[in-house]
Design a binder for this molecule. Structure first.
Ligand SMILES: *Cc1c(COP(=O)(O)O)cnc(C)c1O
Length: 354
């Protein structure tokens, strides 16, 4: 493994007030960077002071969006130590995204080592107030200066970190979601199962319009039939209908969430059967009409578990569990976050203590 060079900052920043972190607004003192050139491969891994890149206006990412990213968190445990949650899964998923976007893969061991060293160097940036953590954002972008369509011959891999508070500062209030029937996120064969910026760009319009109408997330339907439920905002989605737990299957259009995988393992561990299957919006609405829709939630690293309290579809409003967090939703949140913050034993070996 190539040695990671380290250049420490001479101008450490003031740390933000840990009571008012918000999400993704502050960045710690250092970042990890590594370059790729065709013929040379990935090289020059280094930790340097956080700061701007200088890239040419012709840098390919600006024109053809050849870019991927990841998101995971480092948590401050009650005993003061810091741990990463399932970092291997994020690194493997990043390489899967790389493969889809024709980006050269990275050495997984090196990336884990880079993450660990970066978090250790900025360990004082890992906040300790309840619900806070250090968000870790690895990303890769095409940096060859060429306005021509091909996969780039130059890339930059970077990891930045950001101290974050609870995703919803008002607390775990169930969100209102708008079922989007005009725009779609992706189709089978597209890039839905890769974590790439372009998928997000395509969702902003619907998200903004839903926001103006008072909804905090969009429920996405499949791009072909416009009837199968896919994801909610940038989270995987879950329903409890008539006692059964349902989440859409990974068939290429859905991001294989690590929080989703963790929910599956926890529910199995509790002996609660789940069914990964296609579910149509009509089935969901019919079960809501019949009073069988008991709980709904989204899962993702940023908010961990986000209860859904209201669903709006074709001028009709459906309230889930009286707009309150469902019992199973709450139990999942409590258990998963207890593992993440090291407040309970981790029977799954998900955490990596620094
Ligand atoms: C990142 C992401 C998720 C959630 O994945 P986690 O690994 O649980 O954070 C879900 N959907 C989309 C579109 C995403 O980008």
């Amino acid at each position: 493994m190539e040695k990671i060079m380290i250049e420490l900052t001479k101008n450490p920043k003031n740390k933000p007030d840990s009571k008012n972190l918000g999400f993704g607004k502050y960045f710690s003192d250092h970042m990890f960077v590594m370059d790729y050139d065709t013929g040379k491969g990935w090289h020059n891994p280094r930790i340097v002071p956080y700061g701007p890149f200088s890239i040419e206006p012709s840098a390919m990412v600006l024109h053809y969006a050849q870019e991927i990213f990841e998101g995971l968190k480092a948590y401050r445990r009650a005993d003061g130590r810091v741990q990463l949650f399932r970092p291997w899964d994020n690194i493997r998923r990043m390489n899967n995204s790389a493969e889809r976007l024709s980006i050269p893969k990275v050495d997984e061991e090196l990336v884990l080592e880079a993450m660990k060293q970066l978090v250790r160097i900025d360990i004082d940036w890992v906040p300790s107030d309840p619900e806070t953590s250090l968000y870790i954002r690895p990303f890769i972008f095409a940096n060859e200066p060429h306005v021509g369509v091909h996969s780039s011959n130059k890339y930059i891999f970077c990891i930045i970190t950001s101290p974050v508070g609870a995703y919803y500062p008002e607390g775990m209030n169930p969100v209102k979601i708008f079922v989007e029937s005009r725009d779609v996120r992706t189709v089978r064969g597209g890039t839905g199962s890769a974590k790439t910026g372009g998928n997000y760009a395509a969702t902003l319009r619907a998200g903004e319009e839903a926001g103006k109408r008072g909804f905090s997330q969009v429920l996405w339907l499949d791009g072909i039939h416009r009837k199968y439920i896919e994801e909610v905002g940038s989270m995987n989605v879950w329903f409890k209908i008539n006692g059964k737990i349902i989440t859409p299957p990974l068939e290429g259009t859905i991001l294989p969430g690590i929080t989703r995988a963790s929910c599956i393992d926890i529910l199995n561990h509790w002996g609660i059967p789940i069914s990964e299957r296609l579910i149509t919006i009509d089935e969901l609405i019919e079960s809501a009409h019949k009073g069988l829709l008991e709980e709904a939630w989204g899962s993702g690293t940023a908010a961990v578990i986000s209860p859904i309290g209201e669903i709006f579809y074709k001028d009709e409003r459906f309230i889930v569990n009286e707009g309150k967090t469902g019992p199973l939703t709450g139990k999942l949140y409590d258990y998963l976050t207890a593992i993440q913050w090291g407040k309970t034993e981790d029977p799954f070996s998900w955490t990596v203590i620094l």
